[in-house]
Design a protein around this ligand. Structure first.
Ligand code: GLY
Ligand code: MN
Ligand code: MN
Length: 474
């Protein structure tokens, strides 16, 4: 966890840019299937940004009038101690959190009323739905479920959270390391007959050994062409490609987000290897572009161009690859954006919307594929982005009438059909390679460079555990 001076500095930066009091809410438990059965608690990311891990139902009032920060915490009661365990007293919390005062959250409504009486405007910034509901109850403000805060406040928060400082980058390095351990474990445990569920468990076990938890539901499937495939219902067969998209979250809340694709057998087939190497080239070319001043959308289209060139080499596309990208035909194989911001949220700042993620004067495209480009900012030092091109054989696209009509002169759909029928009819699947990259004033720093991505390195990592378990030296 970053030390207290980091959080105090961040709060000071925030206060210095406020004109009016601001309330932040940690949020509370989210019901899973009935109110008393919860998902694991995680605070709203804006709250985590200024306080790190704090108890549920906390709130914080930033007052630029006197430069103070007040924490509002749940009252310490015997009942709470019985069910949730003892927690430090308010005095202890004041010192530990480095705030000006700690008050009972039951009194927050009175404070809000007083600010209103004094005609001091009050803004509320929240991102998660539970925090929004609590904020609505306490403040009486009409906050819609998708409330994030007034634009001026969102801009300040976004600017602070966009530019990671060294303490935050250290957290992200730790998240990347735990994620590396997860991939090593899953690759090592890979073998014919192994279930997707047990491989995902191996990955998450490795995160736990590093004190981390999954930042999002791990994608681990031989059906990698389903982009956010949540199912772990299958078992590996020798001709399959395994795609895992997973990332660890460290206790401070910072995340990693990585994808690797590997052969279940430990050896890529010739066709798999040729597709794999196209994606590898795309991720390398795109990563090299991650520098200050570069427009993120240009990185996306450069990756698309590398993929289109590769598809032309494989005979899956005809004509000039640059023209194919202009027409949007690459999206038949690469139907998503090249990545997103990363930080406390896996798609960092995504709740702030395109006003923040695209910036002034830039609108989201409505074209298939490009409409999923999650950011279109000019990069600046301190930002962290993912770079995650992919190449997929999706039946719904490649057998879709619309695509066949629109791109019949560019895509060789008959040849694509052979990929859909590959692997004894199980289908080719998809390949994605995703890394986490810091924009620096110098060369890009790839946080996840230690996780194998060159085809030979991936092959060498697959099935290691199996060999060790049968007594063969890896
Ligand atoms: N794990 C979700 C993504 O890569 O965007
Ligand atoms: Mn991602
Ligand atoms: Mn991912």
């Amino acid at each position: 966890m970053p030390a207290l001076p980091h959080y105090r500095r961040r709060r000071g930066e925030f206060l210095s840019r406020l004109d009016e009091p601001v309330l932040l809410f940690a949020g509370g438990d989210r019901p899973r299937n009935f109110p008393a059965n919860h998902y694991p608690y995680r605070a709203d990311s804006n709250f985590l940004f200024f306080f790190g891990k704090l108890e549920r139902d906390a709130a914080a009032l930033f007052d630029p009038g006197d430069g103070s920060v007040t924490l509002f915490l749940p009252r310490r009661t015997t009942d709470a101690a019985v069910w949730l365990g003892s927690v430090p007293s308010f005095d202890e919390m004041q010192e530990a959190a480095g705030v000006d005062r700690v008050l009972d959250v039951e009194h927050l409504e009175e404070h809000v009323a007083k600010l209103r009486q004094d005609r001091r405007l009050l803004s509320v910034a929240v991102m998660d739905p539970v925090a929004t509901r609590i904020a609505r109850q306490v403040t009486g403000l009409e906050l819609r479920p998708d409330h994030i805060g007034p634009p001026e406040l969102v801009d300040v928060l976004a600017d602070l959270r966009l530019h990671k400082n060294e303490a935050e980058l250290a957290e992200m390095r730790e998240a990347a390391d735990a994620t590396g351990a997860a991939f090593t474990a899953a690759m090592a445990a890979t073998g014919s007959g192994v279930t997707e569920l047990s491989l995902a468990a191996d990955a998450e076990w490795a995160m736990a050994r590093r004190g981390a938890t999954p930042a999002f539901s791990t994608v681990l499937s031989v059906r990698g062409e389903i982009l956010h495939n949540q199912s772990h219902g299958g078992a590996l067969q020798s001709g399959d490609l395994v795609l895992m998209d997973g990332g660890a979250e460290v206790p401070s809340g910072y995340a990693a987000d990585v994808t690797r694709t590997w052969p279940a057998s430990g050896r890529f087939s010739a066709a798999q290897r040729s597709v794999y190497d196209i994606v590898l080239r795309a991720v390398r070319v795109a990563t090299e572009m991650v520098r200050p001043g570069v427009r993120y959308r240009d990185i996306h289209f450069r990756a698309a161009a590398v993929i289109a060139e590769g598809l032309a080499e494989l005979g899956l596309m005809k004509g000039d690859p640059a023209r194919a990208v202009e027409r949007g035909a690459h999206a038949a194989f690469f139907p998503h954006g090249v990545g997103h911001l990363l930080g406390l949220d896996v798609h960092d700042l995504e709740s702030f919307g395109d006003r923040v993620l695209y910036g002034p004067g830039r609108d989201r495209s409505s074209d298939f594929g490009t409409k999923y480009l999650r950011i279109d900012l000019d990069l600046e030092a301190g930002m962290v982005v993912t770079i995650e091109p992919g190449l997929y054989f999706v039946p719904a696209i490649l057998r879709g009438e619309d695509f066949r009509k629109k791109f019949g002169d560019i895509v060789d759909f008959d040849r694509a059909e052979r990929f859909l029928e590959a692997n004894a009819g199980r289908g080719f699947g998809g390949v994605r390679i995703e890394d986490d990259v810091i924009v620096t004033d110098d060369d890009p720093e790839v946080l996840t460079a230690g996780i194998p991505s060159a085809a030979e390195d991936v092959e060498a990592a697959v099935g290691r555990r199996t060999r060790r378990e049968v007594g063969v030296r890896a």
